[in-house]
Design a protein. Structure first.
Length: 96
Protein backbone atom coordinates (compact mmCIF):
# COMPACT_ATOMS: atom_id res chain seq x y z
CA UNK A 1 0.00 0.00 0.00
CA UNK A 2 0.93 3.63 -0.23
CA UNK A 3 3.17 4.53 2.72
CA UNK A 4 1.19 7.77 3.21
CA UNK A 5 -1.88 5.73 4.18
CA UNK A 6 -0.21 4.35 7.30
CA UNK A 7 -0.45 7.76 8.98
CA UNK A 8 -4.26 7.66 8.90
CA UNK A 9 -6.19 6.48 11.95
CA UNK A 10 -8.77 4.78 9.70
CA UNK A 11 -7.88 3.53 6.22
CA UNK A 12 -10.42 2.32 3.69
CA UNK A 13 -8.11 2.43 0.69
CA UNK A 14 -6.96 -0.91 -0.62
CA UNK A 15 -5.08 -2.45 -3.50
CA UNK A 16 -6.62 -5.85 -2.80
CA UNK A 17 -4.14 -6.81 -0.11
CA UNK A 18 -5.21 -8.99 2.80
CA UNK A 19 -3.47 -8.97 6.16
CA UNK A 20 -2.39 -12.39 7.35
CA UNK A 21 -1.71 -13.36 10.94
CA UNK A 22 0.87 -16.13 11.58
CA UNK A 23 1.92 -16.24 7.94
CA UNK A 24 4.51 -18.97 8.63
CA UNK A 25 1.86 -21.31 10.01
CA UNK A 26 -0.51 -20.48 7.15
CA UNK A 27 2.19 -21.27 4.57
CA UNK A 28 3.02 -24.54 6.37
CA UNK A 29 -0.66 -25.51 6.29
CA UNK A 30 -0.99 -24.66 2.58
CA UNK A 31 2.16 -26.64 1.77
CA UNK A 32 1.35 -29.54 4.10
CA UNK A 33 1.05 -31.96 1.16
CA UNK A 34 4.43 -30.89 -0.22
CA UNK A 35 7.10 -32.86 1.69
CA UNK A 36 9.95 -30.63 0.50
CA UNK A 37 8.47 -27.67 2.40
CA UNK A 38 8.35 -27.57 6.20
CA UNK A 39 8.09 -24.75 8.72
CA UNK A 40 11.88 -24.41 8.95
CA UNK A 41 12.29 -24.01 5.20
CA UNK A 42 9.39 -21.55 5.08
CA UNK A 43 10.91 -19.44 7.85
CA UNK A 44 14.30 -19.55 6.12
CA UNK A 45 12.77 -18.30 2.86
CA UNK A 46 10.93 -15.56 4.73
CA UNK A 47 14.15 -14.41 6.41
CA UNK A 48 16.07 -14.44 3.12
CA UNK A 49 13.41 -12.21 1.49
CA UNK A 50 13.88 -14.18 -1.74
CA UNK A 51 10.63 -14.61 -3.62
CA UNK A 52 9.75 -18.06 -4.93
CA UNK A 53 6.48 -19.34 -6.38
CA UNK A 54 5.52 -22.72 -4.93
CA UNK A 55 2.41 -24.39 -6.32
CA UNK A 56 -0.01 -25.91 -3.85
CA UNK A 57 -0.95 -29.53 -4.43
CA UNK A 58 -4.50 -28.88 -3.28
CA UNK A 59 -7.27 -26.42 -4.02
CA UNK A 60 -7.95 -24.18 -1.05
CA UNK A 61 -11.15 -22.19 -0.69
CA UNK A 62 -10.74 -18.67 0.65
CA UNK A 63 -13.76 -16.98 2.22
CA UNK A 64 -14.03 -13.42 3.47
CA UNK A 65 -16.42 -12.20 6.14
CA UNK A 66 -17.28 -8.51 6.12
CA UNK A 67 -18.28 -7.11 9.50
CA UNK A 68 -18.86 -3.57 10.62
CA UNK A 69 -19.70 -4.32 14.27
CA UNK A 70 -18.35 -6.85 16.76
CA UNK A 71 -18.11 -7.53 20.47
CA UNK A 72 -14.96 -8.17 22.46
CA UNK A 73 -14.41 -10.30 25.59
CA UNK A 74 -14.29 -7.17 27.76
CA UNK A 75 -17.94 -6.47 26.89
CA UNK A 76 -17.37 -3.62 24.44
CA UNK A 77 -19.27 -3.38 21.17
CA UNK A 78 -17.25 -1.84 18.33
CA UNK A 79 -18.91 -0.17 15.35
CA UNK A 80 -17.21 0.89 12.12
CA UNK A 81 -18.63 2.66 9.08
CA UNK A 82 -20.19 0.31 6.54
CA UNK A 83 -18.07 1.58 3.66
CA UNK A 84 -19.40 -1.00 1.20
CA UNK A 85 -23.09 -0.56 2.15
CA UNK A 86 -23.48 -4.26 2.82
CA UNK A 87 -25.16 -4.10 6.23
CA UNK A 88 -28.56 -3.55 4.63
CA UNK A 89 -28.26 -6.39 2.11
CA UNK A 90 -29.61 -9.19 4.20
CA UNK A 91 -31.87 -10.00 7.05
CA UNK A 92 -29.26 -11.73 9.18
CA UNK A 93 -28.77 -8.90 11.68
CA UNK A 94 -32.49 -8.16 11.87
CA UNK A 95 -33.17 -11.74 13.00
CA UNK A 96 -31.61 -11.01 16.40
Amino acid sequence: PLKSLFGKAVRFESHGCVRTHNVDRLAAWVLDNNPSWNLGRIQSMKTSRVQENVPSRQTIGVYFTYISAWGTPDGLIHFRPDIYNLDTRGTFASNY
